[in-house]
Design a binder for this molecule. Structure first.
Ligand code: PLP
Length: 523
């Protein structure tokens, strides 16, 4: 062990030593073991002290409950410790690099949170008179202006509440446009590349379309010959759903031609904009011939996601689709801002309503704060740095791991499992990365790459952090290349070891069941 001049250890204990330490409590280091909240329950315990009810007669008319509510009894400090201990078992963007590809897990600036908590935004209610929330409506309108400007699109539907919800919005607009042309019964086919995110084919199917898969070529892009062949019989094509940059982390270089071919065939171009982080401020989807595209505010514009907050998926629309946009939407006239709520007058062609109110207000405040604090030049730099960071990772690891495709990537680096020795799989590498202190990368997606490992560092990571991550992953990858069998048991240091993933997915145990009374009595 290395010591400093005062005789204190300067390096952690070797992992092999830690594994062998067993504690009485199950706690490790400064991390306390924590059972389920129902297992810590003591009936009668509570964090509040309520006065005894006055008077004897119950006023509940005989419907009072006869058994105790199934809620755990804990004091306030016990409750707080329970959740703190659980949170320490978790991984978070505030703890370290979150390499999940396709997810854009970037830092959520605290300024966003401060703005979203301003009482004028946080304490208002969607059913307040519109005259009393003019500032909030103006914020929605200003955010809409930024989104239209950044995408080069004429209209945006603000109410969709996630990326997948935005896809639904775009595809419902396409279906409404086809209906207006009298072609909704004949145009049923939607083309979706093999590398697409699962939500794309799911959305198309949900809207009653038939999904027709397009092959990927050896460069990880749409196979243009396959696309042309699928468009030969074009009078049943409703449109295409294409991600750009695509889920292989590559720019679809034929995108203009794809848009032209789809339009010539009478279809619409839905672009999955989840990867907008890679091109924001550099490329305007409107210039590429896109008809509809959702934007994940919780990816590109830094609002929290995963366990951190709800998503938000505003969907930009071309002139051809704008009349079919969902209600409500904000307009401005001489008397200020108004929400158009009904499908009449200016909204007579709207396909209807997707959400009870106008969308995720808290996320709108955070996203606009992010835009205003970065400015137009800063947003452009976001895209440039995100792409630079991903290419740095690809360059550092490409001699140890196998890049899925030749050439530079966009915002995420994609590797296949080709470099691993017989018997070692992608999941073993991902699990070993947990012992190195990192959340695993996205695994086995996109499906077009064998044993895919998709890494998206985002722009918020420094060179020092990227180096640390690459060193960790490189050490695991070397073991994988050498066929080191110890990888099969990883993680060794996490609170939970290797789980039976199939059982967990097929037979999840989602409900705690109280132990049988005899068992309790015996204790
Ligand atoms: C994240 C993502 C989606 C879905 O977005 P949600 O907000 O999770 O519904 C769709 N497509 C791609 C490529 C994505 O990365």
């Amino acid at each position: 062990m290395t010591m400093n001049s005062s005789g204190r250890p300067t390096a952690p204990v070797a992992a092999s030593d830690i594994q062998s330490v067993e504690t009485v409590s199950g706690s490790k280091g400064l991390s306390q073991f924590e059972p389920l909240i129902f297992e810590t329950d003591r009936w009668g315990k509570t964090g509040v002290d309520l006065p005894k009810a006055k008077g004897k007669a119950s006023r509940l008319g005989g419907v009072e409950r006869s058994v105790r509510p199934e809620l755990p009894g804990l004091s306030e400090p016990e409750t707080i410790r329970h959740y703190m201990r659980l949170s320490q078992r978790n991984y978070a963007i505030d703890l370290g690099l979150f390499p999940l590809g396709s997810c854009t897990m970037k830092h959520n600036p605290r300024l966003n949170e401060k703005m979203a908590r301003l009482p004028g935004f946080a304490d208002i209610h969607p059913m307040q008179p519109q005259a009393s929330v003019q500032g909030a409506l103006e914020l929605i309108d200003e955010l809409a202006t930024w989104l239209k400007t950044l995408t080069g699109m004429p209209a945006v539907a603000m109410s969709p509440k996630a990326g997948a919800h935005g896809e639904l919005c775009g595809m419902l607009a396409i279906r409404a446009a086809l209906q207006a042309r009298g072609e909704s019964e004949t145009r049923k086919r939607v083309l979706v590349p093999a590398s697409a995110h699962g939500t794309n084919p799911a959305t198309a199917a949900q809207c009653g379309f038939i999904v027709d898969e397009i092959d990927a070529n050896a460069r990880g892009r749409v196979d243009m010959d396959d696309l042309r062949a699928k468009l030969k019989k074009s009078d049943d094509v409703a449109g295409i759903m294409l991600t750009n940059p695509n889920t292989c982390g590559l720019f679809e270089t034929d995108i203009k031609e794809i848009a032209d071919l789809i339009h010539a065939a009478g279809g619409y171009f839905y672009c999955d904009g989840a990867n907008f982080n890679a091109i924001v401020g550099r490329v305007r989807p409107g210039d590429l011939g896109v008809d509809a595209m959702h934007i994940n505010l919780h990816k590109t514009f830094s609002t929290p996601h995963g366990g951190g907050g709800p998503g938000s998926g505003p969907t930009v629309l071309s002139d051809a689709l704008a009349p079919f946009a969902p209600v409500p939407f904000v307009i401005k006239d001489g008397n200020g801002f108004h929400l158009i709520e009904e499908t009449e007058a200016e909204a007579k062609d709207s396909f209807g309503r997707m959400a009870s109110f106008h969308g995720q207000m808290g996320m709108f405040v955070r996203a606009l704060t992010y835009m205003l604090s970065h400015g137009a030049d800063g947003l452009k730099q976001v895209a440039e740095d995100a792409v630079l960071n991903a290419n740095y990772i690809q360059a550092k690891l490409k001699t140890i791991m196998t890049p899925a495709f030749d050439g530079y990537c966009m915002h995420e680096a994609l590797f296949s499992d080709k470099f691993t020795a017989e018997g070692i799989e992608t999941i073993d590498i991902a699990k070993a990365l947990i012992d190195e202190g990192y959340h695993p990368m996205t695994m086995y997606f996109p499906l077009v790459v064998h044993g895919a490992m998709l890494i998206e560092p985002t722009e918020t990571e420094s060179k020092a952090e990227l180096d640390r991550f690459c060193d960790s992953l490189a050490s695991v990858a070397r073991k994988a290349a050498q066929g080191d069998e110890s990888l099969k048991g990883a993680p060794y240091l996490a609170p939970m070891k290797r789980l039976d993933e199939t059982q967990a997915a097929r037979k999840p145990v989602l409900k705690w069941t109280a132990p049988a009374p005899e068992q309790v009595a015996a204790e």
